[in-house]
Ligand binder design. Structure first.
Ligand code: NAP
Length: 257
């Protein structure tokens, strides 16, 4: 456990379920105070109740992070309830599959609104508060899909996840004068509620393509995010950390046989 995260004020967008919930759980286990952000109040409040039941400190903020006014309210809540913002985990994202042959402008714009514009809005609305922190950190959840791999149906998704990495490289330089670090975590296939719904056969087939022989957990991503937010990672900025069990490594299926 990194003692440096104790009592930090941490915003996690998309923390009601999936990877964001894992990130929130790990930060709470380190003694951080977590703002759980999502649109669906019932799920977000259930996550907060779980974190508190496990001994953590958490509050819920219902917000659609594609809207500037909601992001401003989110930042204000973290400041009023927890005294400031030390860490922003820009995690919320969406990944509906759509082949390029069926791609519409609406689907393309919607993907960029949720995965890229929302990252911009959450960071911009939290930035002045982050500057006041002694060790300000931003951790973005990108993906291996886009930056390093491709998958049919996800041309728009992959473009957004690669765009996030393009953003953090320049942001890291601009934010450095305020001692803010910004890094990205690139998850491979992670077991979330949505993946479980696809059934054990799908999970087994996907796991067979991973050198470590299993899919990642949401806590695996949480640990990576917590490391990038810790004092120990204070000299790392503008980088991306792949957390995928070696999934991107094989040159061909023969490498795994
Ligand atoms: P998920 O289980 O579907 O959870 C998405 C979370 O984001 C939910 O809390 C959702 O809550 C919230 N959200 C979505 N749109 C939002 C909006 N406009 N405003 C506020 N909250 C919003 O997804 P996940 O699999 O955990 O994915 C999380 C992140 O990890 C994404 O950025 C994704 O690209 C990345 N990722 C996932 C995987 C994987 O294997 N799962 C792999 C690589 C990267 P509401 O719907 O209630 O708002």
């Amino acid at each position: 456990m990194s003692a440096s995260l104790k009592d930090k004020s941490v915003i996690v967008t998309g923390a009601s379920k999936g990877i964001g919930k894992g990130i929130a759980r790990v930060f709470a286990s380190h003694g951080a105070k977590v703002v759980v952000v999502s649109r669906t109040a019932s799920e977000g409040q259930a996550t907060v109740a779980e974190l508190i039941a496990a001994g953590g400190t958490a509050i819920y903020c219902q917000a659609d992070i594609t809207l500037r006014s909601d992001c401003e309210r989110m930042a204000a809540m973290a400041v009023s309830e927890f005294g400031g913002i030390d860490v922003l985990c820009a995690n919320a994202g969406t990944f509906p599959s759509l082949k390029f042959s069926e791609m519409t402008e609406e689907a393309w714009d919607s993907m960029f609104a949720t995965n890229v514009k929302s990252m911009f809005l959450t960071i911009q609305t939290c930035l002045e508060h982050l500057k006041k922190s002694k060790a300000p950190r931003i951790v973005v959840t990108s993906s291996i899909t886009g930056p390093t791999t491709g998958f049919p149906g996800w041309s728009h998704y992959g473009a957004t996840k690669a765009a996030q990495l393009g953003f953090i490289r320049t942001a890291a330089i601009e934010f450095a004068k305020d001692k803010i670090t910004i890094n990205a975590v690139l998850p491979g296939n992670i077991v979330t509620e949505a993946l479980v719904d696809l059934g054990p056969e799908y999970i087994d087939a996907t796991a067979a393509a991973v050198p470590l022989g299993k899919l990642g957990t949401v806590d695996d991503i949480g640990h990576a995010a917590a490391f990038l937010a810790s004092a120990e990672a204070g000299y790392i900025t503008g980088h991306s950390l792949v957390v995928d069990g070696g999934q991107i490594l094989p040159e061909s299926p023969a490498a795994l046989s």
